[in-house]
Design a protein. Structure first.
Length: 565
């Protein structure tokens, strides 16, 4: 691990005020479909904390907290939040804000890195077994939607948030992430869709039924958007049209109408579609009484209102015919969702046919570009000898040669157990570095497995930091990390790198093993992180002097019991 010299480049909060650079923290309103009225908050892992105000001292969880018994709570780390009334549970690691409102509902807002948010959306919106290319396309669409979200201001009745957790925004499933989703998010890190110098306004639905819908048919203010026009989608219907059938008692329709303020007949004799869009989706529904008097309701409004009240699997799209039979509204339709933008069923079929995520996105959003920022052309991939590179800018030969040389030295200093090909990623911004690595902005680099992620080259130049020294240090991390197992203590892995890099102090360790391990896992400041690394290096140096490299290397590889005295 390497740190920025001098003052911290930016904190987690100040970074948000800058250009996002491909990523930012996303605040999600949880339990948005059924607002809770009684919440229990409990720690689900170490380093969880809570406080009564944003600037109050953090307290460790000893017992669960209950809201509204406590009016407002700020919390962080891994938590489990349980809605006692509806038996809903959310477990995640992030920054939490919970507040009981005057009307009795409880607002719950979770703030987490955009890359982690995208992974949660893919877990919620895509099925297992989804092809990698359509997963990547969905990752880019989900990220674009989140990055375009305009943060809502706090009001007396609602906490601020960027987006909700229901299908009205993007469904999400917090918790474990599949390896396929993890790879789709990693390989598209920071990528979004752009139209000129602005991020594109994008949408997706489950199945368009063979024809996507024009955005203007759903939202008149988007009628001018050229990449959101209706197109024929032969991929969506290669297997089926996603046909569906629904029956809704008219009594339920009457109750929904009362809640929505619609003026429909008290006795509905018939119902029919009287206006359709260019894609033949229903635009306007006429409810008629026994005298022939009609009341009109927007078809999208009907679908959304029924979905909120009775579930989203009844009226699955606006592509349907309907009629009244024996006091029941009967609908027969096809497709799933509003049909605007990317069709998930069609994208899946395109991926199975060998189309790339770029081809999928170009089909559904013609004319848009996949980029990280408004001025680049996305990630550029390359390799030289045994090292891979990824950057949004062209890398100069001396830099590439420096990385290759650093890897050769690292391999000779601590030979990995098996062949490893490191990947060096140059983040285009500090904010995207934070989102990709989940590390603070005062770190110069972060290594996970064989992947090294670096701050932008401009950050190294502005802070007079040595890129060559940093590359050498991180390559040593790769060599050591690829020789460990899950039992190898973190302090020994970090300490070995510090020793091999020549950064181990000659003084005794200043922290206990337990404190060193804790701070290496979750330091609250640069000072704590540096202290933990010094202690790990000092303890590892002592082991090497007493037992020798061969024995200590065996402990790293085997993860067996390591002397700590």
């Amino acid at each position: 691990m390497r740190w920025l010299a001098g003052l911290m480049l930016c904190s987690a909060l100040s970074c948000l005020a800058q250009q996002d650079g491909g990523g930012r923290d996303i605040s999600v309103a949880l339990f948005s479909t059924l607002p809770p009225r009684s919440i229990t908050v409990a720690a689900s892992g170490p380093q969880a904390w809570w406080a009564l105000c944003a600037t109050c001292r953090h307290q460790s969880f000893t017992t669960p907290l209950h809201i509204p018994a406590v009016h407002e709570v700020f919390a962080g780390g891994p938590l489990t939040v349980r809605d006692e009334e509806h038996a809903q549970v959310r477990t995640a690691d992030g920054r939490w804000h919970l507040r009981s409102e005057s009307q009795g509902n409880i607002d719950v807002v979770l703030t987490l890195p955009s890359e982690r948010y995208v992974a949660a959306v893919l877990m919620g919106e895509t099925p297992s077994g989804e092809p990698q290319e359509s997963l990547r396309a969905m990752a880019i669409v989900a990220r674009t939607i989140a990055m375009r979200a305009v943060p809502a201001r706090s009001t007396s009745s609602q906490l601020p948030s960027d987006i909700c957790d229901s299908t009205a925004c993007q469904d999400m499933r917090l918790g474990p992430v599949s390896s396929a989703v993890r790879e789709a998010v990693r390989s598209t890190a920071g990528k979004t869709l752009w139209w000129g110098s602005q991020r594109a306004q994008v949408f997706f639905s489950g199945s368009c039924g063979g024809t996507t819908e024009s955005a203007g048919a759903m939202w008149p203010e988007l009628a001018h958007v050229p990449y959101l026009r209706s197109i024929q989608d032969p991929y969506c219907v290669r297997k089926d049209r996603a046909s569906w059938h629904a029956e809704i008692p008219l009594a339920e329709i009457q109750q929904i109408a009362m809640r929505e303020g619609w003026h429909i007949p008290s006795h509905i004799a018939s119902a029919q579609v009287i206006d359709r869009t260019s894609s033949l989706r229903s635009r306007t529904i006429a409810f008629t009484d026994d005298s022939g008097k009609q009341s009109l309701v927007s078809a999208p409004a009907l679908r959304l209102a029924v979905g909120r009240s009775l579930g989203w699997n009844l009226i699955r799209s606006d592509a349907y015919d309907l009629r009244v039979r024996n006091g029941i509204l009967v609908l027969d339709g096809h497709g799933h969702g509003h049909g605007v933008g990317l069709c998930q069923q069609g994208a899946t079929e395109m991926a199975r046919m060998g189309r790339s995520y770029r081809e999928i996105l170009a089909f559904y959003f013609p004319g848009t570009k996949v980029r990280v920022t408004s001025t680049d052309e996305g990630w550029k991939q390359g390799s030289q000898e045994d090292v891979r590179f990824a950057s949004t800018i062209a890398l100069k030969p001396p830099l590439i040669e420096s990385a290759v040389s650093a890897w050769k030295i690292a391999k000779s200093s601590f030979p990995p157990r098996e062949q490893v090909i490191p990947e060096v990623i140059f983040a285009p911004s500090t904010e995207l570095f934070r989102q990709m690595t989940l590390q603070p902005g005062w770190q110069l680099a972060s290594t996970a497995g064989a992947t090294i992620t670096l701050q932008p080259l401009s950050v190294f130049a502005a802070n007079s930091a040595s890129l060559a020294t940093t590359l050498q240090h991180e390559m040593l991390h790769v060599a050591v990390e690829m020789s460990t197992n899950e039992k190898t203590p973190l302090w020994l892995r970090e300490g070995m790198v510090e020793v091999l890099a020549g950064d181990a102090p000659r003084t005794p360790p200043s922290l206990s093993v337990a404190d060193t391990e804790r701070l290496l896992q979750n330091a609250n400041s640069r000072h704590e992180s540096e202290a933990a690394h010094r202690a790990a290096a000092a303890r590892t140096r002592q082991l090497l002097e007493h037992y020798g490299m061969s024995t200590v290397r065996g402990w790293i590889i085997g993860g067996s019991s390591v002397p700590t005295d």
